[in-house]
Design a binder for this molecule. Structure first.
Ligand SMILES: O=C(O)CCC(=O)C(=O)O
Length: 293
């Protein structure tokens, strides 16, 4: 069971080093975050949800991260929304004290999750486009236009539910690219597909987490193995980042749709029962996503 980091003013000893890596390189690796005996449950839930959600959408594919309609590139990478809500009491690792210690040091004590989803990367998946995550992805209607300022505003985590290897598609990233004022999403397919000097592939044992600044350029790597790679993405936002634009049915979401170009990016709501089943440390991070009666 993880303890809420920062609430008692004591962050774990690794926090300084993780924060320094995040500031300098834009990413860090935190090993052994997911309890070993919980990993099979998370793995099976993501695979089952991915199938159920893919069937519910009739296997129709949404636009890729850089807005391309060439869906063939991503046909072997599929996502399943709202995994943490379904994990309930088993989701404590999302508030692991090292991960949350670093997140809170950078974003403040009151942090919220802006979205979570499982990623299933099948054998045969191809290399994806360089992109940054919301709110920097220029293809999403509610985005920060580039050139954007140099400030940490949103952190992404990829929890490794299977090992990440060179063969099965450990995440590609460009260290230091979080300080660039823009990224190739939107209107730069050539750059999005161009290998970058200094790019590296993150590998690690299952249960580890990659934590990175949402501005960091990253991409799906090819899965040349015969194994499916599984990950859980969780994104952490400070209290002041406007998540209402992603809340289905909100005034802000309606106005974004009316006034801004780009694709929708809503986050699913939790039922009251799902919310109550979450570990206490996660509830303040999800309370804004609970369905209103
Ligand atoms: O699955 C990966 O390795 C990368 C995931 C990714 O690009 C994303 O979540 O934005």
């Amino acid at each position: 069971m993880t303890t809420p980091a920062g609430l008692d003013g004591l962050a774990p000893p690794e926090t300084d080093s993780l924060v320094a890596q995040l500031r300098d390189q834009g990413w860090c690796l935190v090993p052994g975050v997911m309890p070993e005996d919980e990993i099979p449950l998370v793995h099976d839930l993501i695979l089952a949800e991915e199938r159920a959600q893919a069937q519910a959408r009739g296997e129709s594919w949404t636009r890729t991260s850089n807005g391309s309609t060439d869906t063939t590139r991503y046909q072997r990478v599929s996502k399943a929304a709202a995994i943490v809500a379904r994990l309930g009491a088993h989701a404590s690792f999302v508030a692991d004290d090292r991960v949350l210690g670093a997140v809170r040091r950078l974003l403040g004590e009151y942090v919220r999750v802006s979205s979570d989803f499982g990623i299933v990367t099948l054998p045969g998946a191809e290399r994806g486009f360089w992109h940054c995550d919301w709110p920097y992805n220029q293809t999403v209607a509610a985005h920060i236009p580039q050139p954007y300022g140099d400030m940490v505003m949103h952190l992404s985590a990829l929890f490794m539910v299977t090992d990440f290897t060179e063969e099965n598609g450990g995440t590609l990233l460009v260290p230091g690219s979080h300080r660039r004022p823009g990224n190739p999403t939107g209107d730069n397919d050539e750059l999005a597909a161009t290998p970058q000097s200094g790019e590296l592939q993150v590998t690690g044992r299952r249960g580890s987490a990659i934590l990175f600044d949402a501005r960091l350029w990253h991409a799906v790597a090819p899965n040349t193995s015969d194994q499916t790679r599984v990950a859980l993405a969780v994104r952490y936002a400070p209290w002041w980042l406007n998540l209402e634009v992603r809340r289905p049915g909100s005034t802000d979401a309606r106005l974004v749709e009316e006034l801004m170009d780009g694709r929708a990016n809503s986050a699913p709501l939790l039922t009251a029962a799902q919310f109550e089943a979450l570990p206490a440390v996660l509830r303040p991070m999800y309370e804004n996503w609970v369905e209103q009666p």
